[in-house]
Ligand binder design. Structure first.
Ligand SMILES: [Zn+2]
Length: 135
């Protein structure tokens, strides 16, 4: 399946650098300690604008899922049926990631199932974080 290759900018580059090292790092607000993903310029909780990068463990579970079967949106047509799931991290339920759940057949998303972080190579030397259901 063709996946879009992320284009890092100066702002989210530390996130993508970590992914290329098979690590998942999220922003940690230096004012209030809130963890945040995706990267943003202002803390949701306190409005702070300075962050550290905090490595998370990469354990979570499937929170919500759906399968696209007959979208007419160009770009989905070649991929469908395709799973989309929202992953919630065990470490902090405020951290959510979108996943296609590689390895899980379309239409069989196990809600509540535990998932683990994996990395897929989308281009030479370029990794993308994904989530796989733990069987
Ligand atoms: Zn904050």
């Amino acid at each position: 399946m063709a996946r879009p290759i992320p284009v890092p900018n100066d702002f989210n580059k530390p996130f993508w650098d970590a992914v290329n090292e098979r690590k998942l790092k999220v922003q940690k607000c230096t004012t209030c300690g809130r963890l945040g993903y995706p990267p943003r310029r202002t803390c949701d909780k306190c409005g702070g604008t300075t962050f550290e990068w905090h490595q998370v463990q990469g354990k979570g579970h499937v929170d919500v899922g759906f399968t696209i079967r007959d979208s007419r949106i160009k770009g989905f047509r070649e991929m469908q049926p395709i799973n989309f799931a929202i992953i919630t991290l065990d470490e902090d339920p405020g951290l959510n990631f979108l996943s296609n759940l590689p390895g899980t057949p379309a239409g069989t998303i196990p809600l509540g199932a535990p998932v683990e972080l994996i990395f897929e190579e989308v281009a030479p030397g370029r990794l993308l974080h994904e989530w796989r259901v733990i069987k």
